[in-house]
Design a protein around this ligand. Structure first.
Ligand SMILES: NC(=O)c1ccc[n+]([C@@H]2O[C@H](COP(=O)([O-])OP(=O)(O)OC[C@H]3O[C@@H](n4cnc5c(N)ncnc54)[C@H](O)[C@@H]3O)[C@@H](O)[C@H]2O)c1
Ligand SMILES: [Fe+2]
Length: 384
């Protein structure tokens, strides 16, 4: 089978990536809409960016109204601002939320109708040039054709897609993630690990993406604990920033599977940060998936050093699952109950969540068939 492989046109990684980006950004237009959040303003990351824009004679407007759950309403606000201030391209600086918001704003400047009308369809018209500058190591959104926006009417996280949503330039500068609090480091790091494991074990896995997925797993198991325990560990931050990008490239081409499918409904209804809900599901979902793709899970176990002489593929796969659960525990990721979710309210919503999970299409990429009953059963087991 032939495989199409997509990635950003240009990627800058490593120390001083942001400083090096000025000349490339200048080629994209003379005025940018910067999409960000208030934390990025207060940490000084936005000032670092605007200084580089000014040094390169690039004008800008700042939209800092994005919070950790970008909604359709925020997107429409951004579209209006983009048009009214005559911007020519967009730059997002922040975690996955500002990057996703920027993509949707860009898309809605060139595609008509409502955001929700594009669910399950491709966003056809190309958006203006998009530049992504991630500050979490995390979502990999700087390398993907996806954006996840909350539909405020229907309480659903919409997964929207279009190859034009892949930023033309990704600036992955580890210095920007040093200020991320430990909780954010933990949740976003597990999001990246989930992308890598799901991409590699997906039914849509492909050789080029495999390379990125395995490399991301190695970096994450070797560095996430370090970055969590000491946010100032620059080497660990650098490795995590590359891992997150690699994992993003991997799942952009191979897709995600059951964890992401089941995680979005928890996020939409109970406002759990995306990486945290992935972590809550990790043990149960990986155990389920490993039974159908033991060889692929074993490949990862071997690459990251969890395989021991004489183990069967299934034993190696279980070792990977065990170590992934241990990592989530070490990062002190809360359970649903510890997060403060009411058990009855959760149970009352299981049917809707299972339908939404299946409808997203992600569970269908898992290495074994997933039924609605399987999903319901896993949601229930999260409380045992
Ligand atoms: N498009 C994709 O391919 C894709 C993939 C996975 C997740 N997502 C989406 O990404 C979003 C989550 O992104 P996220 O996990 O990066 O979180 P986020 O962008 O919501 O940020 C979480 C919090 O951390 C803060 N923060 C971010 N960087 C910081 C820094 N360097 N210093 C201090 N504080 C910092 C933010 O201000 C925010 O309060 C979700 O909406 C999820 O659905 C998208
Ligand atoms: Fe994710």
């Amino acid at each position: 089978m032939a495989n199409l492989f997509l990635s950003p046109h240009k990627i800058i990684t490593g120390k001083n990536a942001l400083e090096s980006a000025g000349a490339l950004v200048k080629k994209l237009g003379s005025k940018a809409l910067i999409v960000t959040d208030k934390v990025m303003v207060s940490t000084g990351n936005v000032t670092k960016l605007t200084k580089i824009l000014s040094d390169n004679d690039i004008k800008y407007e700042v939209l800092d109204a994005i919070n950790s759950e970008p909604t359709d309403e925020m997107v429409y606000q951004g579209v209006k601002m983009y048009g009214q201030t005559n911007c020519e391209f967009l730059i997002a600086i922040g975690g996955g939320s500002p990057i996703d918001a920027m993509k949707a704003i860009g898309a809605m400047t060139t595609n008509s109708g409502s955001l929700s009308s594009y669910m399950g369809k491709e966003l056809e018209n190309l958006p203006p040039n998009l530049v992504a500058i991630p500050t979490t190591a995390g979502t990999g959104s700087e390398a993907t054709q996806f954006t996840i926006i909350a539909d405020t009417k229907n309480n659903v996280k919409m997964l929207l897609k279009g190859t034009g949503l892949i930023p033309v330039l990704a600036v992955v500068d580890p210095a920007l993630s040093v200020s991320a609090p430990a909780k954010v480091t933990a949740a976003t790091g597990i999001d990246a690990l989930t992308h890598a494991i799901e991409a590699y074990t997906s039914r849509k896995a492909q050789p080029l993406a495999d390379t990125f997925a395995i490399s991301a797993c190695k970096r994450i198991f070797a560095n996430l604990r370090k970055a969590y325990l000491d946010g100032g560990d620059f080497e660990a931050r650098k490795e995590m920033s590359i891992a997150s990008l690699e994992a993003g490239i991997a799942f952009n081409n191979s897709s995600v599977t059951i964890i992401h499918g089941m995680s979005r409904p928890i996020g939409a209804l109970f406002h759990v940060p995306h990486g945290t809900s992935n972590a809550m599901l990790m043990g149960e979902c990986l155990n389920f998936a490993a039974a159908g793709a033991a060889g692929r899970f074993a490949d990862i176990a071997k690459a990251v050093g969890f395989y021991q002489e004489g183990m069967s593929d299934y034993e190696a796969a279980k070792e990977l699952v065990k170590e992934s659960i241990r990592l989530c525990k070490d990062l002190q990721i809360p359970s649903l109950e510890e997060f403060g979710i009411d058990r009855k309210e959760f149970y009352d919503n299981i049917d809707k969540m299972a339908c939404d999970a299946l409808e997203s299409g992600s569970p269908g990429n898992t290495g074994r068939d997933v039924s609605k009953d399987d999903i319901v059963e896993i949601y229930k087991r999260l409380w045992e």
